[in-house]
Ligand binder design. Structure first.
Ligand SMILES: [Zn+2]
Length: 178
């Protein structure tokens, strides 16, 4: 019938069209301008942080500063809830894994979303930090690069991790800690 014929005739045409689009042609990928655009965005973000944050918050989260020990508002907070990134609101730590390390900074034995030793579903990233003449591991927010603190391996069992985090990097919201 004419409908079948039309359909049969249509098929090779479509296949041909697909073939000619082939692997040789690419969609709008990262061109030569992508790099400068990213840098532009970073500059904009950096400016915004300064407006958005207090000088102390800016110093800690954006300039890798450290709040004085025993000064942070969350040091002795034992309420159930989640600690979010001050800058971008990503959930970082749960009150369930908070403990008193005696160091003067809020301490956690693991990041929110950790599964066993797997931190791929958390919002934190580790980065080597060789400042102050020692090798430490910096903890930053995966989403916005905010400096949060450092992680050491002298924490409680079973993780043995001690996330030593600045209160100034965090925003606590009371509620479910899961
Ligand atoms: Zn963040």
């Amino acid at each position: 019938c004419s409908r079948c014929q039309r359909r049969h005739r249509g098929l090779p045409e479509a296949a041909e069209a697909q073939a000619s689009r082939g692997p040789g042609r690419r969609g709008p990928g990262p061109g030569p301008d992508a790099g400068s655009l990213t840098k532009q965005a970073e500059r904009t973000v950096a400016t915004d942080w300064k407006k958005k944050l207090t000088p102390e918050q800016f110093y800690v989260t954006r300039q890798k500063g450290t709040e004085p020990p025993f000064s942070g508002i969350y040091l002795n907070n034992t309420e159930p809830g989640i600690y979010y990134c001050l800058c971008c609101n990503a959930p970082l730590f749960s009150s369930e894994k908070k403990y008193d390390s005696g160091t003067g900074w809020p301490s956690f034995s693991e990041a929110y979303g950790t599964c066993g030793r797997d931190e791929s579903n958390t919002n934190i990233m580790r980065r080597p930090d060789n400042s102050l003449g020692s090798t430490r591991t910096e903890v930053i927010c995966k989403q916005c690069d905010a400096h949060l603190g450092h992680v050491f391996d002298d924490g409680p069992a079973p993780s043995r991790q001690r996330f030593c985090i600045n209160s100034l990097s965090l925003n606590f919201k009371r509620g479910s800690s899961r």
